[in-house]
Each structure stands twice: as C-alpha cells, then as structure tokens.
Design a protein around this ligand. Sequence first.
Ligand code: BGC
Length: 274
Amino acid sequence: MEARSTDSEPHLLAGQRALITGAGSGIGRAVAEAFANAGASVLIDYPGNREKADRVAANIVEAGGRASVVRADISREQDVGAMFAAARDRYGGIDILVNNAGIQKDAPIQDMSLADWQAVIDVNLTGQFLCARAAVREFLRQGMTRNSRAAGKIIFISSVHELIPWAGHANYAASKGGVMMLVKTLAQELARHRIRVNSIAPGAIETLINEAARDTAVEREKLLELIPYGRVGEPADIGRAAVWLASDQSDYMTGATLYIDGGMLLYPGFIGNG
Ligand code: BGC
C-alpha cells in the first residue's frame, strides 16, 4: 500500500467516514487504501475471509490512517443492518458508501442454475440496493455535516457490462444493467436531499474475479485485444478516481458514470475492420 501522503497533495477526504463493501481484496481494497490516504476513516466490509480484511486495515493503520473491519454478507438484510450499526458505533455514522462487493458465476444460459442466477443478482443488485437504502437512511438521519458540501455520497461499482452484452455471463450482465438504472433513479430521487449518487464502471482490472481470463499468455493476449489502451487496469486506477468522485471536487456531479476501461467501450473490434 502507498504511504500516507506527506507532500502537498490535499487530503480530499479529510474528516470523512467511508464504508466500502467487499474491501478485503481487489478494487474494494484499493479504494479503501486510496480513501485512507486521502484522509478518510474507512470501514472495511468482508463477507467471509477476515484475515485479508484485517491485513488491509492493519496496513492502513500502520501508515497512519484510521480503519476497522466488519463482517457482512450484503445480500442479507440483517447483516447490512448490523454493518451500519457498527459504522454508527465506531465512527458516529458515515459520509460515503462505496457499493463495491460483487461476484461472478458464469455459465452458458442452458447450464445456468437458478442458484447461480440468484446468487449473482442477490449480491450485485439486491445487496447494492440494501446498502444504498441503509446509507440513505443514515444520511437523512445525520443531515448536513461539516465534512462535505453534500449530505452524503454513494458510489456504485458497476462494470462496462452495464452496457456491453456478455455471452456466458447473463446473470452478471443483467445485474450490472440493473445497477445502471438503480444509480440513475436514486440520483434523481435523492438530489433534493443533497445526496450524490454516481458510479464507476471498470473494464478489465487485475483482480481475483477475472484471474482465469488472464491465466495463460494466450488468454491475456485475447483479453488485451479488447483493450485499445494496451494494458489491463490496476485496482489503484479505480481507487484514485473513487477519491475524486467521493470528494467535494466533484460536488456538482450526480447520476454520472465514470467508465474506466482503457477504451474497452470503444468497439475495439472495429480497429482495422469495417
Ligand atoms: C468483470 C471482469 C471482466 C471485465 C471486462 C468486469 O466487470 O468482472 O471479469 O474482465 O468486466 O470484461
């Protein structure tokens, strides 16, 4: 993890409290680290493996930041309630929710079990709804704080697959399409409360979720054909953008999606064709 910044870089999230779901690894972890680096107190949610989450928190604390962990399966209403109660106990509430936790369970539609369909929808869509609802209740309870120009901020971590159809991943693509409309609707609904709702839609980022697609040199080559910028993204690419999107620097922005994908959405199949 990067050392806490000591240079002239402003601490964009100083005094703010952030809950990041699925932050034991991957994009969630990078967001937690970048937020802590920007001065936020972070609450790191993990669904199962406490060790990894503890390590993320320990690194942040060692670097001079404030972090603690909480276990919650975000698809369970009770767990989400307990997670927000923990945020209240430890930090007195939250200013930012990063709705990051997500899973993939891929199969051709004819082989996709109802359980795998349901599991993905439960975490990626229903889980994001449950956390957003709890965060909004918290923001409304708190009212305006001195920490930010907004009364609260929610960042959804979606995917380029909110737009790009994805054969063999019907449950995942459908969940992300749902997230896209959830973001826009909540942004429209909550702007009058000065709650900002935005999303980040990453392309291929080096995390566990797409490890198999990068296994061999051939697989990696195939993946790179989809990325005009010529590299797979790093979790920190998302962390940096999330800091800005959660900060007052983007205060006039709501209902927007930042596509961070090395150009994956630019129809790379047309390069040299058509
Ligand atoms: C998926 C990854 C995939 C990327 C680009 C993400 O949403 O989780 O597995 O590599 O989209 O296709």
